[in-house]
Design a protein around this ligand. Structure first.
Ligand code: NIG
Ligand code: FE
Length: 411
């Protein structure tokens, strides 16, 4: 099955060579072809160019994209979409004056989601997560990272990761699983955090590695959750078992989590709503990509990651949703890209680079995803007729997507 898309108003994020990350000044550059065509064969991008050069290509199906913009699907490198139920009551409690911290301190928050998750069957979890995944694909996500972390017991973490494994098998998009081994201190370990870390390093990580259920190891490195020493123990053990670090740092407090991540060759350090000048210097000497989650800042009314400081220092930046029941109950990458421009002063070019090729880098899949490049997976968004890709970012809150193509097939 082959598809020829013709008369594309603008084909966005087209790369002649397979760039796998864009940094600093280069993020301002988003290559496009106006009045373009794109040829897909089976699941692969085969050819593209200007309409005037289109000769000799015959396809099984032709899509006329007059007035429409075409871009690669979003690469969402940080989500927690496997969860049970929701936390709407805590949301209302926050409106009425409680903070995220207050709610966690009274035993709510992540512990609340953990209780729901422990009581849910694998099938219930799978069904809920499938709905979310289907929705985000329709919103243009074509590669996604999914974390565990609401289990907080060996058994419940394995259940979450098995659900992620099923999603990976059943859905056509790229799914990358992460063991978020230390997300909160379980009630049973309230006064014995070390005992919980012992369980994580002696039982949980080996069990997950044995079943090959995760590619990455994550920790919520934060005051009141896990300190640098805990994080170090988990990352060391994870690394020994073949898992690459990809960690939650600097969400509410900056105290050295970035340097620790870099020291352990983390693929990414995520959140960074709080950032020190030392963090920027450390990142400059690494291959670790910073990841910003503006949906979380929006929902919790906390600072936005200082994207300008990071990019102006020459660093790369990726954007992701953080889709989860507590801090970001939305998996809409279109909103994330708009919010990054509106609230973090990223240009549309920077934000689209951050949500495609750099998102792919943050999941280690940028050789096959994140740009329109010959030989890459045919994961494509065709917008409705819109004036330009700037409009996609500017007219926030509306769905501008007409068609999503995954592995060369309309979704
Ligand atoms: O990335 N910060 C830690 N974990 C999630 C939120 C977890 C929750 O509140 O359920 C996050 O924001
Ligand atoms: Fe998160």
């Amino acid at each position: 099955m082959s598809i020829l898309i013709t008369n594309i108003k603008e084909l966005v994020q087209v790369r002649e060579t397979n760039v796998t990350i864009v940094k600093g000044e280069d993020m301002k550059h988003l290559p496009t072809i106006k009045n373009a065509y794109l040829f897909i064969d089976h699941d692969t991008i085969v050819e593209f160019g200007n309409m005037k050069d289109l000769v000799g290509i015959e396809a099984d199906e032709t899509i006329d994209a007059t007035g429409k913009t075409v871009l690669p699907t979003w690469c969402d490198s940080h989500t927690h979409i496997v969860y049970a139920g929701d936390r709407t009551q805590e949301f209302v409690d926050r409106i009425n004056g409680l903070s995220y911290e207050n709610i966690a301190n009274r035993g709510g928050g992540i512990l609340n989601s953990a209780e729901n998750l422990q009581n849910a069957s694998e099938d219930e979890l799978y069904n809920q997560a499938s709905k979310r995944l289907t929705e985000v694909i329709k919103l243009g996500t074509g590669a996604i990272e999914i974390k565990s972390g609401y289990g907080l017991t060996v058994e419940a973490e394995l259940k979450m990761l098995r659900v992620i494994k099923r999603l990976k098998k059943d859905f056509p998009i790229k799914v990358k699983p992460t063991l978020l081994a230390a997300h909160a201190i379980p009630k049973e370990f309230k006064n014995n955090k070390d005992g919980f870390i012992d369980l994580v390093v002696n039982e949980l990580i080996p069990a997950v590695a044995e079943e090959h259920l995760a590619d990455y190891i994550d920790v919520f490195c934060e005051k009141g959750y896990f300190d640098l020493e805990d994080t170090q123990r988990v990352l060391e053990t994870g690394t020994k078992h073949g898992l690459t670090p990809k960690i939650h740092v600097n969400q509410f407090n900056a105290f050295g989590g970035v340097a620790l991540g870099v020291k352990h060759n983390a693929l990414s350090v995520d959140h960074l709503e709080e950032l020190n000048p030392e963090d920027i210097d450390t990142l400059k000497q690494s291959n670790t990509i910073p990841v910003a989650l503006p949906g979380c800042s929006y929902f919790l009314s906390i600072p936005y990651t200082p994207a300008r400081q990071l990019i102006d220092a020459g660093l790369p930046l990726a954007l992701a949703t953080d889709y989860n029941p507590g801090s970001t109950p939305s998996g809409n990458m279109n909103f994330v890209v708009s919010a990054a421009c509106i609230k973090m002063k990223m240009t549309p070019e920077e934000a689209i680079n951050a949500a495609t090729i750099n998102g792919a880098y943050a999941m280690d899949v940028s050789n096959m995803y994140g740009s329109i490049c010959r030989g890459k997976k045919a994961n494509i968004i065709i917008t409705k007729a819109i004036p330009s890709y700037h409009y996609l970012v500017y007219a926030f809150g509306d769905n501008h997507i007409d068609t999503v193509i995954i592995n060369g097939q309309q979704y």
